[in-house]
Design a protein around this ligand. Structure first.
Ligand code: PLP
Length: 466
């Protein structure tokens, strides 16, 4: 059955129990209770194994996060050693733990500019929320509490806590939940694809920058606290802005005294070939930088906000003398086991030059994927190094229409049948494999995708579904 139902072979007790008791993140509520989950039980290298023993090449990288691959002894040893030595103690107030302190210094050394102060959180969403709260505190500390509006972008994804979900700008993600709309604004989606766009990159850049300037002016610069941006929009569909976009938006932020928050939850930790992409790839040093996911290679949950010395100094200078407390942080901020894992992860990345490897295989990955554009049901192939997506279409029909989504789901199902996991999202197949993939793994991914596309196209021609 290629319509999304899991094969019988997998319908063991675990699948039934899962269907009965678990509400998955981003679950399809119309399918809640149906025994269809893939229960992943084991993993090694770039592969995962499900509850019925089937192996898959993981082209999702867990969820953009498993960067050094599965089964890394160094990370597991670090986790075990730290759990045995000191599994947890409060990070609140003036208390820390050795791995958190050491990791903060390591991150400061890896980060661009004067991003030297680290506030640990538990994941990407809490890091995003904390970054925006820091922007609010910064302006309040300078006597400007009304400077609290936040600029994000259509198609952005920043997480799923209340504020992070409000900052996210993907139309399909806006459901019957509540969202903050009084002081959160979404600028135009900045994706630019020379293959499919009818305007030049320069023209698109001008429109985007003018649009941002207009929105700032309409709100009033004295009310805008910060702008948050993923260097390349990840879950929104691997949308790459036109060249010069980041420098231009950074410059507008500087001009209007708006803090620039770079959300490197996906782009950081090697996915684009560097520990952080903001400066090396896009020429900007943000005021605040958010990281998570690849920070621990997904082996432990952890997030962090990197804060510039300028902002940190200002928070101190402008603190309320009656209440000089930085009232933000979590029980598991800077969790010792997670921080020890991150340190081991960074050691492996440096020792094995994983960023260099990504710079080597990344262009091959994108070039090979671009060969798939010859398929009539591929609208576009976008990406940069090891973040990419294949956008599917019923010929002549553009965008996430129901038919295009059904087509992409079919491609995903055929990939899964052939032992490849890609991430289905609307009419996209998103790819973010572990950074250690080889050229042979890439060939396997592309070959399976090519077959899946051919089969889905035959179905379409034969009028079978879609
Ligand atoms: N920011 C970006 C760019 C993301 O892609 C994500 C998650 O996919 C988040 C933030 C939220 O991270 P988390 O799911 O760890 O809360």
């Amino acid at each position: 059955d290629v319509t999304g139902n899991r094969s019988d072979g997998r319908k063991g007790d675990l699948v039934a129990t899962d269907a009965r008791h678990v509400l998955h993140p981003w679950a399809d509520l119309s399918a809640l209770g149906r025994p269809e989950s893939l229960i992943v039980c084991e993993a090694d290298g770039v592969e995962v194994v499900d509850s019925s023993g089937r192996r898959y090449l993981d082209a999702i990288g867990g969820m953009w996060c498993v960067t050094v691959g599965y089964g890394r002894r160094e990370l597991v040893d670090a986790m075990r050693a730290q759990a045995q030595k000191m599994p947890y103690f409060t990070p609140f107030g003036d208390i820390s733990n050795a791995p958190a302190t050491e990791l903060a210094a390591t991150l400061a050394a890896l980060a661009p500019g004067d991003l030297n102060r680290v506030h640990f959180t538990t994941c990407g969403s809490t890091a995003v929320e904390s970054a925006v709260r820091i922007a609010h505190l910064y302006f309040a500390s300078r006597g400007m509490p009304e400077k609290r509006h936040v600029l994000s972008r259509v198609d952005a994804y920043h997480g799923s806590t209340f504020l992070a979900a409000s900052l996210s700008g993907k139309e399909a993600d806006r459901t019957r939940f509540q969202y903050e709309s009084r002081w959160v604004h979404h600028l135009a989606s900045p994706g630019y694809d020379p293959d499919t766009s009818s305007v030049s990159a320069d023209q698109r850049l001008r429109e985007l920058v003018e649009g941002m300037k207009r929105t700032i002016t309409e709100i009033g610069p004295e009310k805008v606290a910060c702008f948050i941006a993923e260097p390349i929009l990840a879950s929104g569909g691997v949308l790459v802005p036109p060249p010069g976009y980041h420098e231009a938006t950074r410059e507008l932020c500087r001009r209007y005294d708006i803090l620039y928050i770079s959300d490197e939850v996906v782009s950081g930790f090697g996915r684009l070939g560097h520990f952080f992409a903001s400066e090396v790839r896009f020429g900007i040093v943000p005021d605040l930088l958010v990281t998570a996911k690849g920070l621990t290679s997904g082996y432990q949950p952890l997030g962090a906000v990197l804060i510039s010395d300028r902002i940190a100094d200002s928070l101190v200078a402008g603190a309320d003398p009656a209440k000089p407390v930085f009232s933000n942080g979590f029980t598991y901020s800077g969790h010792p086991v997670a921080c020890a894992t991150a340190l081991a992860n960074i050691d492996v990345m440096e020792r094995d030059d994983i960023c260099g490897h990504v710079r080597d295989v990344g262009p091959y990955f994108i070039d090979r994927l671009r060969e798939l554009r010859t398929s009539p049901i591929v609208y576009a192939v976008r990406g940069d190094h090891l973040m990419a997506c294949v956008e599917c279409q019923v010929p002549g029909e553009v965008g996430p229409t129901p038919r295009n989504q059904a087509l992409a789901q079919r491609v995903d199902a055929y990939c899964e049948e052939a032992g490849l996991l890609v991430r289905p999202y609307e009419n996209l197949c998103i790819l973010s494999p572990p950074l250690v993939i080889t050229r042979a793994d890439i060939d396997r991914i592309v070959n399976i995708l090519a077959d899946a596309l051919a089969r889905a196209e035959q179905d379409l021609r034969a009028g079978r579904g879609c």
